[in-house]
Write a protein that binds this ligand. Structure first.
Ligand code: NAD
Length: 498
């Protein structure tokens, strides 16, 4: 049985609260470890330690900070296989998918290597007689990130890489369901040359989160998880004067126009709907064929594909997807399938009977497909977060545009069409933060920003890209006059440049 404590001040520290949570291996259903759940006092000690280390790190020039990131990239490349194995065993996703999880985090670390350029300020020479104005970006101090179970490599890296490159010290509170990879990443950052105390992993649950939100040293909180908790974290963090951006759940639609290449659209729906067992915030969970003819043709192609999905243990590289994260997650998704049936949707493919031979206690669920879903149904309104795709038939383009626009979530959306006019109109009008045109999972690359609208995101600045640098720094603007000896007498009205 593996015991996971915390990583504070560059070393492993055992938990002292007496509270722990079980770590499962979803593919077998076994408990393989126990993670410590930090108390308020343990969190505070980590924050105080980080605060002591942070000024020297902020004073380290940005090229040197970038070099730590570069060495970290080499170490992650060296360890990709073992990180992916650990990730797949704790989370349940397949090894190729786990490698993608690591890679999409690595790309943000690569972006953070450009910190000397990214943190540059502005300068105006001669704004007035002898007057120059310049601005600089300075780190905030100690900042924190609270992350979900579903991307245990990518999202921690999205948070800590830009924050640390900007000169902050970081407290990471990863998901208690799969803490192994975040702990290993913190060790690798130390091996890469990061001073002790700059990246700390404090494991825990609500108690640790609340301690972060109320802590008077922590200056900013980045959160990713479900929407109710995102909204709670945003409200409590900002109430105590912190900067916060909090990203929540999703219900991502894919519109299939009558002129779309249907085979391409079906391939896209399979990967984006069922990959990672649907446990992605950018998973497509609603397909919207436009017109009855498109819908019938789509269902004809989709049903046999969903029926023949290959579900397997995380270590089977040929599996389309692996188990869900916990037994509770499987029960939750099964309950939604039951709700869909009660609401009158047509269950075209029922994956609930699936069992994995040799892994009977694993957290598996076969692919499910609903047809004739309507916007009033709970299975349409709520995030299911499992291998369940709902088909909502739209009579025309206007209705298809209205569905994601009026949905309370607004993370991602996609349109499949050969018509540039329709695609352009859709991208301009749809009320969703990230749009794919013939691209099913439009997660922007690291040098753009990532963020949903409406109940998918709380706060003004997005994750990664230039917004990350804005989020993790504050701007100072200096107005200076040289030579200093110009005598103008006392000025009692507001100074203006003549
Ligand atoms: P979750 O909300 O259960 O947990 C997220 C984090 O919040 C974890 O660190 C957890 O320990 C903590 N937490 C849980 N309950 C809490 C409480 N009552 N008070 C304070 N903190 C609490 O989410 P999850 O199940 O780990 O992740 C899946 C969710 O995350 C889905 O809704 C998914 O859409 C969303 N997600 C969103 C994005 C995005 O960028 N928008 C990305 C990935 C996942």
């Amino acid at each position: 049985m593996r015991e996971v404590g915390h990583f504070i001040g560059g070393e492993h520290v055992a938990g002292r609260s007496g509270r722990t949570a079980d770590i499962y291996q979803p593919m077998t259903g076994e408990v393989v470890g126990r993670v410590a759940l930090a108390s308020n006092a343990e969190l505070r000690a980590a924050v105080e330690n980080a605060a002591k280390a942070q000024p020297a790190w902020a004073a380290t020039n940005p090229q040197r900070r970038a070099r730590v990131m570069m060495r970290f990239l080499d170490l992650v490349a060296r360890e990709t296989d073992s990180l992916a194995d650990l990730l797949a065993r704790e989370h349940g996703k397949t090894i190729p998918d786990a490698k993608g999880d690591i890679q999409r985090g690595v790309e943000v670390v690569e972006f953070a290597c450009g910190i000397p350029q990214l943190m540059k300020g502005e300068y105006t020479e001669g704004a007035g007689p002898g007057i120059d104005i310049y601005s600089m970006r300075q780190p905030l101090g100690v900042v924190a990130g609270i992350t979900p179970f579903n991307f245990p490599a990518m999202i921690p890296m999205w948070k800590f890489a830009p924050a640390i490159a900007c000169g902050n010290a970081f407290i990471l509170k990863p998901s208690e369901r799969d803490p192994g990879v975040p702990m290993r990443l913190a060790e690798l950052m130390i091996e890469a040359g990061l001073p002790a105390g700059i990246l700390n992993v404090v494991n825990g649950d609500k108690e640790a989160v609340d301690a972060i939100l109320d802590d008077d040293i922590v200056q900013a909180v980045g959160f990713v998880g479900s929407s109710d908790i995102a909204q709670y974290v945003y409200a409590r963090a900002t109430a105590s004067g912190k900067r916060a951006h909090c990203f929540g759940g999703a219900k991502n639609h894919m519109i299939i126009m009558p002129d779309a290449d249907l085979d391409q659209a079906v391939d896209a729906l399979m990967g984006a709907g069922y990959g990672s067992a649907g446990e992605r915030c950018m998973a497509i969970s609603v397909a919207v064929p436009v017109g009855e003819k498109t819908a019938d043709a789509l269902m004809k192609k989709l049903i046999p594909r969903v029926e023949s999905l290959k579900v397997g243990p995380s270590t089977d590289p040929s599996a389309d997807y692996g188990p869900l994260v916990t037994r509770a997650a499987v029960d939750r998704v099964r309950n939604y399938v039951e709700i869909g049936l009660q609401e009158g949707a047509t269950l075209a493919v029922d994956g609930r009977g699936f069992t994995m031979q040799g892994y009977e206690n694993g957290f598996y669920l076969g692919g499910c497909l609903f047809d004739n879903v309507t916007p009033q149904m709970r299975i349409y309104k709520e995030e299911i977060f499992g291998p369940v795709l709902s088909v909502v038939r739209a009579k025309d383009y206007a209705e298809a545009l209205r569905l994601p626009t009026e949905h309370e979530y607004g993370n991602g959306v996609a349109i499949y069409t050969r018509d540039g006019d329709a695609a352009r109109d859709f991208a301009a009008k749809v009320q969703v933060g990230m749009v794919g045109i013939n691209v099913p999972i439009p997660v922007p690359l690291a040098y753009y920003t990532f963020g949903g609208w409406k109940r998918s995101g709380f706060g003004d600045l997005n994750q990664h890209g230039p917004d990350a640098v804005r989020f993790y720094t504050k701007t100072k603007t200096v107005t200076s006059r040289w030579p200093s000896g110009v005598k103008e007498g006392a000025e009692f009205s507001i100074p203006v440049m003549q």
